[in-house]
Every structure is written in C-alpha cells, then in structure tokens.
Design a protein around this ligand. Structure first.
Ligand SMILES: Cc1ncc(COP(=O)(O)O)c(C=O)c1O
Length: 434
C-alpha cells in the first residue's frame, strides 16, 4: 500500500540518541524502521507519527477498555486534577474506588493501591511471604507478572531451555537478577496437574504462594484446562499456601469480576491494573481481610503515587460505567464476531489456526491444534503470524507485533471496525502465503 513511515523513522533515530533502543519499555521496540511512534489515539483508533490511522487492537497492552480518551473519564480527571493531582494523603474518592473493587470482585475484601501491575504483584508476594512465614514462590512458564526481579523467570525463553517437564529449570529473563532469587522461584508448565502435585510434595511446605495468570494472556491466551485453577486452590489449602491470581490483564475486562467471576474462584490475593483505570496509572493488590490485615502491622506497603488523582478519578468513572452499562457484554459480542470471522477467513484459505482466550482478549496460533502450555505454543508458526500482522498493519489494522500478545477489544470498536478488520485480514491472507 506504500504508506509513509518517514516521520516515525526519523523519530526513532532521534529517540535512539537518548533512550536505549529509542523506547521506554523493551516490548515497544519492534525493530529498525518498523517501530511505531505515535501521535494520538481516540476511541478504537490510533494515529502514528506520520498521521496513518489504525484500528487499534493493542490498546496499550490492554488497559483501554472503554476506548482511548473516553470523554467521561477525561472530564472527571480534568475536574479532579483542577483540585490537586497528588496529596500523598487519603481522599474520599479512593475509598469509593476500593468499595467498587470489592463490590465487583467476588473474593476480594480489602485493597491497597499501587501505580503499576509490577508493583501490585511485588506487594502481593511480600504479603504472602509475611503471612505464611515462607519464601518460595511457584510460577508457571509463559506467565509474566511484571518487571520486578522475583518473578522474572521463564517468561519468554524458547521452551527448549526450560528443561524436562518433570524437572523444569527456572530461566532468568534478564541479566542483573540476583543469583539468590533462583533458589526462591519454582517454575512449572501451565496446566500440568501432575507436575504441580509432584513439586508440592517436594517444596509445598516451604512455599508461600502459587501465582498465576488465570489465562496465559502473555502467551497466546492459553486457557486453563477444566479444573486446573480449582486444583491450584485445593492444593494451596492442603499445603497452607496462598493462591495469588494475577488479574492485571483479566480484571475488569473478561467480566466485571474478572477471572474470579468467570471461573468461580476464590484466590487469597489478586492483583489488578490495566482496565481498572482505562489507561491512567492505577493498580491494586486485593485479598481476604485476614491476609490483607498484615499490611501496616509489620508488613510494609506504600508509594508516593499510589493514590494519584488521575488514576483514582479514572478508575472511579471506568468502574462506574462498567457496573452500570452493558459494556463488557457488547465487547464480548463484537469480539466473538471478530474471532469467528477470522476463523472463517483462515479456514477458507486452508490455514490451520487454533483460537484461544476470551472474546475481549483473544489469540490464535497457526499450525498447532491443542495448546495447553508455552512448550506447545512454541511449536506454532510464529513467522507466518508475524508476516500477516505486518500486512494488517500496512493496511490500517494494528494488533501487537509479538504473537504472544492477544488482540484486545474496547467498547469504542464498532461493528464497522470489525467489518473493516475482517476485510483487511482477508486481503492479508491473499497476499501473504504460508
Ligand atoms: C499479568 C500481568 N501482570 C503484571 C504485569 C505488569 O504490569 P505493569 O506493566 O503495569 O507493570 C503485566 C503487564 O503486562 C501483566 O500482563
């Protein structure tokens, strides 16, 4: 189609003089000459530095649940910040947001705020260690829980390096992680009942928490097998371990009560960020009353920006709208239509594609039928996925460039956006051969 990227390319060169890779988060670097630089976003659309418009299915890695620059959210944020943006003291509005979170999320009784998902999971780990008096944490391969050191293991590595299923090796996802942390993290393949059972026989009594994303939304939206999350709950009870559900992506997106509602789960702690505030910075660690009550009673938790006014005001309006309007139902309906449409396009082109996830946040992989963990997902045809994404982006439809990232929908995506997307993808499979 030959759309121009001249300004983005020039901006990348300028940014690279100052910002490592020319970005402020490693995930935002797609490569030389293809990394997008952004001008603005509104509703379901995003415009790059060259003024090219895209239907945005990245939605900032998920936070945008209503739509970019939602007028109601922004009006409240403007009104609130006119009266001060940060007090580092407590205001009524944040109490009201905590009340909403507890009302919406079935198993949650108390909340503390943070500014990012990374901090929320970091706080959850400390609370779990303090409550149980134990240090080990079990996490699953392919799950991502933020950039804090404690859980930055076995996130994105090729699965050949993970060792055998019966004896997985935690693989650090970065240089710079203290070696002593290796001893505190146990990694396991997702959905492997037997591996979990066997591991708990070995380390169950030293384990403070099992943390998991309910759906592996940082790895192709791999869903839990029936009973797997319940099995984690049951085993946690048996061994006195806390169950931390990382709802940073699923919370306030796949249902009003997140994965707890969808899977009828009662985790001990849960973490939230992303859709909580429609793109403004607010996160939360929440949990059962007796567990959360250790905070402030010997357990440290804090942060200057924890109750930042823009985040709190945005969360209040976002949750209010999610509670009172059929937003998530509408997103799910449109997402289902998009999933079915894509499925039909791939099938008609003779492409084997398996779909996973929730219509508000779904993914597909080529060339693999059943995917229950990252080890199986790794066998999918990621090269074809990526070439098709590149063709879609050239035609004005933008999912993320990383095949692990799901497609996200928001309320502002219209039926005609779905139609346009399906046309673009149909055109894409015609020109991009597997
Ligand atoms: C499940 C999950 N937990 C935690 C995080 C970290 O959140 P943040 O990027 O706000 O630090 C992410 C980010 O993508 C995530 O997907």
């Amino acid at each position: 189609m030959g759309i121009s990227h001249a300004k983005s390319i020039a901006l990348q060169r300028r940014a690279q003089q100052l910002l490592p890779l020319g970005v402020n988060s490693n995930f935002r670097y797609w490569g030389e000459g293809i990394t997008p630089y952004v001008q603005k976003a509104k509703g379901g659309y995003l415009w790059d530095a060259d003024g090219n418009r895209y239907i945005d299915y990245r939605l900032a890695f998920g936070p945008i649940i209503l739509g970019h620059a939602d007028p109601d959210v922004n009006a409240r944020v403007h009104a609130e910040i006119d009266q001060g943006s940060l007090f580092a003291m407590t205001s009524e509005l944040e109490v009201a947001v905590a009340e909403k979170i507890v009302a919406m999320c079935p198993a949650m009784e108390m909340v503390r705020f943070a500014t990012s998902g990374t901090e929320a999971t970091m706080h959850a780990l400390r609370i779990a260690r303090a409550y149980t008096g134990r240090e080990k944490i079990i996490k699953f391969e392919g799950n991502y829980h933020g950039f804090q050191d404690y859980l930055l293991f076995s996130t994105y590595a090729p699965s050949e390096v993970y060792g055998s299923r019966s004896s997985p090796v935690p693989i650090p996802s970065s240089s710079g992680l203290p070696a002593c942390l290796h001893a505190l993290v146990v990694t396991l393949p997702f959905n492997d009942f037997e591996a979990l059972e066997r591991t708990l026989r070995r380390v169950g009594h030293e384990t403070a928490a099992i943390i998991t994303e309910p759906v592996q939304d940082n790895c192709g939206a791999i869903e839990p097998l029936p009973g797997f999350l319940e099995f984690i709950r049951q085993k946690c009870d048996e061994y006195g371990i806390l169950f931390i559900l990382d709802e940073v992506k699923t919370g306030f997106r796949i249902a009003r009560g997140g994965a707890q509602e969808v899977y009828n789960l009662k985790p001990d702690l849960a973490t939230y960020a992303k859709s909580l505030a429609n793109g403004y910075p607010l996160a939360a660690v929440a949990g059962k009353r007796d567990i959360m009550n250790v905070v402030g009673r010997g357990v440290a938790q804090g942060g200057t920006f924890n109750n930042n006014k823009p985040g709190v005001a945005a969360a209040f309006v976002t949750l209010e709208k999610l509670q009172s309007e059929p937003i998530l139902e509408t997103i799910a309906r449109r997402g289902r239509r998009l999933m079915e449409g894509l499925h039909g396009i791939f099938e008609a082109a003779g492409l084997q594609a398996s779909f996973r996830g929730h219509p508000a946040m779904f993914s597909y992989a080529f060339g693999v039928e059943q995917v229950t963990c990252q080890r199986e997902w790794d066998a999918s045809d990621r090269d074809y996925y990526l070439r098709l994404v590149d063709a879609a982006i050239e035609r004005g439809v933008m999912p993320d460039h990383d095949p692990r990232e799901p497609w996200y929908l928001c309320y502002a995506h219209s039926e005609s956006d779905i139609d346009e997307t399906l046309n673009v993808m149909a055109d894409g499979v015609r020109v991009v051969r597997r």
